[in-house]
Design a binder for this molecule. Structure first.
Ligand code: GLU
Length: 465
């Protein structure tokens, strides 16, 4: 039997990281098994579902590199099929019309609670034929009355439920619209889904769904219920792929990080998508819930920022620079800035912030840094440094280094005494990478102009003090 799996998001918000993890495990399982990955949009909740969310989910999946092989299918386009299946169940006596009023159901519920019983529908219409004419009704499925149901879950192992726990749940509301636990079965069966892989929060639903498969004469798929993820914000829109992307996480890091939420491969922490596709398997998906660890996620992102080629990383950086209001082109200089700065940060947004001085016209001198480093004793040497750099033809880190060494020896100055005023002149403060690389990464004219201006400021600063 060929493997067919599906991801079935409801388009009621952005793609949450938990949903992305479910999608990824389905995608990886399909790749590993040479199967098909289907996307189904569960948009039957007409009030909460929005087409723009469907688009956001599709975009996020494409961006992460896990586009479906088939679909998207939309449940709202399949109502005729659901209707047909409901009629089939009614005709076969597996489902029935229930005329209980909401008031009646509420009274039953309160009574059960008062008596310490689990509230369940009384099944009073299950076998009745004296249907009142013209009264509203819902359609309920007949759950088995005796016995147990067992699944061999790919993750949770053998799970058994006593059918006494299961209610004759509603499969069609009084307006005729079908409900989730019913349509999901019709869809999974008619789409020939072989493995239903979803969050463990659906485990209870699985046991409601099994009798529906049986009633409709469908084969029951294999189930895999993924452990839950603790520590993810449930606030709408937060903890979504989109938001992490905006915060400067690379797609490689997102895929890598979520793959490890519940799955492991020895001690390895960093994986390419290709590695995941070949290593992934349910034998190493654990049962216990995992915790979303923001610091580790940042670490994985910083590792991926170092792993990508600088040209590629610079290309990925452009939209963030644009968002920050800098108009920058992808050229050698940007690639050099990327290579110089990427080790110092762990997100693309932080890369922009950390590198701001390369993109602004001017710098603002930090008072604390000035006070600490612009001392009278270093001024002459710094002046000599600036004029020798003005003469320097070969604007490379090694030639620049030679000039610094010369000046330090001649004026008997320690490294910090020339390096820190340089940093202040070029960036406004002292937090920046290796000074030779820093100077070399600036365009020669820009560096010289800033050093000259910095020297004037230094002179004035020392004079004022
Ligand atoms: N649409 C359901 C959800 O968003 C998923 C259902 C399923 O995977 O069976 O939670």
């Amino acid at each position: 039997m060929s493997v067919r799996v599906r991801f079935a998001p409801s388009p009621t918000g952005y793609l949450h990281m938990g949903g992305a993890r479910t999608a990824l495990f389905n995608y990886l399982f399909a790749r590993k098994e040479g199967g098909t990955f289907v996307l189904r949009i569960e948009d039957t909740d007409l009030e909460r579902s929005k087409p723009e969310y469907t688009q956001v989910i599709l975009d996020a999946m494409e961006w992460l590199g896990m586009s479906p092989d088939e679909g998207p299918y939309y449940q709202t386009q399949r109502f005729d099929l659901y209707r047909e299946k409901i009629d089939e169940l009614l005709a076969a006596g597996h489902a029935y019309k229930c005329f209980s009023t909401p008031e009646e159901l509420e009274a039953d519920r309160e009574k059960a609670l008062a008596e310490g019983r689990k509230p369940m529908y009384s099944r009073k219409w299950r076998d009745r034929t004296d249907h009142p004419e013209g009264e509203p009704f819902v359609i309920r499925i007949k759950m088995p009355l005796e016995g147990t149901l067992t699944i061999n879950d790919m993750v949770q192992g053998t799970v058994t439920v006593d059918v006494k726990e299961l209610d004759d749940f509603i499969i069609a509301r009084s307006d005729g619209s079908p409900t989730y636990n019913f349509v999901v079965v019709v869809d999974d069966a008619t789409m020939n889904i072989s493995h239903v892989i979803r969050g463990n929060d659906h485990l209870n639903n699985t046991f409601r769904q099994i009798p529906v498969y049986q009633a409709l004469g469908y084969d029951i798929p294999t189930f895999g219920h993924l452990p839950l993820i603790d520590g993810l914000s449930k606030r709408k829109g937060s903890a979504s792929v989109q938001v992490y992307r905006e915060q400067g996480f690379l797609k490689e890091a997102i895929v890598n990080y979520i793959s490890r939420l519940g799955w492991s491969h020895g001690d390895q922490e960093l994986f390419t998508m290709a590695e995941l596709e070949s290593f992934f398997g349910f034998d190493h998906v654990g049962r216990s819930s995992s915790t979303f660890d923001q610091d580790k996620f940042l670490w994985v992102n910083s590792e991926w920022m170092k792993r990508l080629e600088p040209e590629e990383l610079a290309k990925r950086w452009l939209p963030y620079l644009e968002d920050a209001g800098y108009s920058v082109e992808l050229d050698e200089r940007l690639v050099a800035i990327t290579a110089l700065m990427r080790d110092r940060v762990n997100t693309m947004v932080a890369l922009t912030e950390e590198s701001h001085y390369f993109f602004t016209e001017d710098v603002t001198y930090d008072e604390k840094a000035s006070k600490k480093w612009l001392k009278a004793g270093g001024l002459e040497g710094f002046g000599a440094l600036v004029s020798r750099l003005e003469q320097l033809e070969d604007w490379s880190a090694s030639s620049i280094e030679a000039v610094y060494k010369e000046v330090m020896a001649e004026f008997e100055l320690g490294m910090a005494k020339v390096a820190q005023p340089t940093r202040i002149a070029l960036t406004g403060a002292t937090n920046s990478p290796s000074v030779y690389d820093l100077v070399a990464t600036f365009e020669r004219d820009v560096a010289i102009a800033r050093l000259q201006k910095g020297l004037a400021y230094y002179t004035e600063y020392v004079g004022d003090a």
